[in-house]
Design a binder for this molecule. Sequence first.
Ligand SMILES: Cc1cc2nc3c(=O)[nH]c(=O)nc-3n(C[C@H](O)[C@H](O)[C@H](O)COP(=O)(O)O)c2cc1C
Length: 290
Amino acid sequence: MKSMKGVLLAGAVVIIAIALSFAICKASAPKLSKKTVTLNVGQSAKLKIKGGSGKVKWKSSNKAVASVTSKGKITGNKAGNATITATRKKKKLKCKVTVINTSDKTSEDISSEDINRSIEASTSENAANPDTDNAGSKILVAYFSVTGNTRPYAGQIAEKTGADLYEIIPEVPYTSKDIDYNSDCRANKEQEDDTARPVISGSVPDFSKYETVFIGYPIWWGTCPKIIDTFMESYDFSGKKVIPFCTSGSSGISTSETHIRKVLTGAVVEKGHRASSKSDVDSWVESLKL
Ligand SMILES: Cc1cc2nc3c(=O)[nH]c(=O)nc-3n(C[C@H](O)[C@H](O)[C@H](O)COP(=O)(O)O)c2cc1C
């Protein structure tokens, strides 16, 4: 009996010791101050390791997107994703970095020649939106772009499909202050307001003739800008095929696609596409077999 008690006591001591060592380990386990960071191009943030001690080695999986100094200062260099790894005593701690670009006029993956050609193709016609001389086309590429990333892809899609190109131009243009999403800017306020419907300047003549409508836009706070709602509510989309596309720092298209599907109940809304390079858009458009 005595020896039984001894065994039980010893067992209890061992269990408590194990639990304690787990608790101590957990409390002192080093952690990064942030597991995810979103930066604009040119913006920096400092990462710190909480708990533990010793020398830390910092590394970026994609320096072109986000670089990191030996002291854990990250800087966004171009739109995209990168992972920052801090290594201390063989322990690796990771932080996912998303860099978004709200000021560049170009998308890294498209040559400036392509951009100029596309911008020319769209802006020269913008005054009289819609534009291209594809008389009789039953496809329309309608797009909204503030900083110019979405525009060249819209031009590329229109060129490839022989579609008419239409730029959704706001009556009150967005200034750089209006899209400074780190502040209480116009774009942020609109995105938070379900009733916001920024007015569009002009309209698509003879919208009813189009059977297929591409709708392109930048992702703003995970979805399409409110001016896309204005556009969708301005026309009768019943029976039309709608194909959404977007550009973004990193967010996908699915939330906006779901939203478009909810608004355009009478249309057939196809799976959307986040444009990331000229070749990616080429192969996507080819896969649509229009
Ligand atoms: C107000 C605002 C909100 C944004 N929100 C997101 C976002 O939620 N996710 C993302 O990946 N990028 C976001 N971005 C980045 C844009 O989607 C990206 O820069 C886009 O390519 C811009 O397109 P544009 O040049 O045609 O206007 C945001 C930009 C702005 C101005």
